[in-house]
Ligand binder design. Structure first.
Ligand SMILES: [Zn+2]
Length: 446
């Protein structure tokens, strides 16, 4: 570590081999070595002694809707990436909708990158979109560096991003499999949804009944069949239905290349506690019952669910009406995801090593960034979150950094206070003070 410019010392450093007292040497923005806690610090290096605060790899959130440009009144790169920093997230991957344009052609990707370039407080990558009629754009987008392609199997909520029927799904997936790409899927079956009771109004029970577990289960079964037939790599976004887990386990066992994510709100909030009219809790698929939540935690523990991502999807407050049928669906959790998941994880007997695996290591691996991100290990980027895991705070929307301070977590008391966040060896926030944006725009590694 003789050429280290920075040494971070903590009694609790979360490494792939476990949590231990260590000194992490940083050189040129990367982790040079993980040394014993009492290792001698070179004269030229700055020492940051974190005491008993925990040093984690920065989180990698692969499911964020930044909506910039085009719906920047909902969210933008400046505010979303500051929320990320405040929450210990050092890399995010932006979803191809609800910006205008959506990220469905190389030209649209260029527009998005130009908008993000000087606003990114953390590293930012991009998903592309698979729509009816853009099969010809998929390979050029892949070559231009998107991390994979998102498709909906039911209406997305915005007109410019239509869903794929089974025939078009097959066509897009065949093309993507042909160049070794990844398809990520919002899996709810439109026929199943259409057959469900659609009462509308403020009752959460009615909304829940309108998006039944069976819609997810049917869509996932169909996706598995297509992935098997085409030997394609697919990823299930925001799994909410615990009933789909046996299908996923069976598919994995026979070698189907399928990965799965779930979200903090499915893991920490339950249908039973959502007040009627409280559409800050609305998302699709919906937050389900406590018994369903137990199934998701079991699947995280046994590895069936690979990772946890926010699906941060804000809108302006006026679109969050008290009618669940027409209110905008999306939960804004970027800044609170680490604390929310950690609070429930610790209650269920999990350690921070598990949270890091779900929210950093596995998400980095999902998008091919496993060599650069997701672990405190030599050669990785020096991206860190410093956490006081036993301190609590009560969520006050006024303290949130995302543009519209609507949150389903308001008033909750959470464990885990993010003390500082570091990007490539530079502290980018401390005590609520942010540096100028230093994030890079990332492309899929070749
Ligand atoms: Zn989403």
């Amino acid at each position: 570590m003789s050429d280290a410019e920075l040494v971070l010392r903590s009694t609790r450093v979360v490494t792939p081999e476990g949590t231990r007292a260590a000194a992490v040497a940083v050189s040129a923005g990367r982790i040079a070595a993980v040394l014993p806690h009492d290792a001698e610090v070179p004269a030229a290096a700055r020492l940051e002694d974190l005491g008993d605060h925990v040093l984690l790899p920065g989180l990698v959130d692969t499911h964020v809707h930044v909506n910039d440009p085009g719906r920047t009144e909902w969210e933008g790169f400046w505010t979303a990436t500051r929320a990320a920093v405040a929450g210990g997230v050092t890399t995010l991957v932006d979803m191809p909708l609800n910006s205008l344009p959506p990220t469905t052609t190389v030209e649209h990707l260029r527009v998005k990158r130009a908008v993000a370039a000087d606003k990114a407080h953390v590293d930012v990558g991009f998903w592309g979109g698979a729509l009816p009629g853009n099969v010809k754009d998929l390979r050029p987008l892949h070559d231009a560096g998107v991390f994979g392609f998102k498709a909906f199997l039911s209406p997305s909520g915005v007109d410019e991003f239509p869903h794929l029927d089974q025939e078009r799904l097959a066509a897009s997936l065949a093309e993507i499999a042909g160049f070794g790409g990844l398809l990520i899927v919002h899996a709810e079956d439109p026929h199943h949804l259409a057959a469900a009771p659609q009462h509308g109004g403020p009752r959460y029970a009615d909304f829940l009944a309108s998006r039944p577990r069976g819609a997810e289960d049917t869509a996932i079964a169909g996706l598995i069949a297509q992935a098997r037939r085409l030997d394609a790599r697919v990823h299930v976004l925001h799994l909410s239905s615990g009933d789909a887990l046996p299908l996923i386990r069976a598919a994995r066992a026979e070698g189907v290349r399928i990965t799965v994510e779930t979200c903090p709100h499915y893991l920490t909030l339950t249908a039973e506690e959502v007040p009627d009219g409280a559409s800050e809790f609305k998302c699709c698929p919906p937050i389900r019952e406590a018994a369903n939540q137990d199934l998701l935690w079991e699947a995280l523990a046994d590895g069936t669910i690979d990772c946890v991502v926010t699906d941060h999807s804000p809108s302006t407050a006026d679109l969050k009406t008290d009618d669940f049928a027409t209110a905008w669906g999306g939960i804004s959790g970027l800044q609170l995801s680490l604390s929310a998941v950690w609070t429930e994880a610790r209650r269920r007997g999990h350690g921070l090593e598990d949270v890091v695996r779900w929210m950093s290591a596995r998400t980095a691996a999902l998008v091919g960034l496993g060599a650069a991100k997701g672990a405190i290990a030599p050669g990785r980027d020096a991206d860190f979150a410093v956490l006081a895991p036993d301190e609590t705070f009560t969520v006050d929307p006024a303290g949130l950094q995302h543009r519209n301070r609507v949150t389903a977590y308001a008033g909750r008391t959470l464990y885990g206070v993010v003390k500082s966040t570091w990007l490539r060896g530079e502290r980018i926030v401390e005590n609520g003070v942010f540096t100028a944006p230093k994030g890079l725009l990332l492309s899929r590694p070749h």
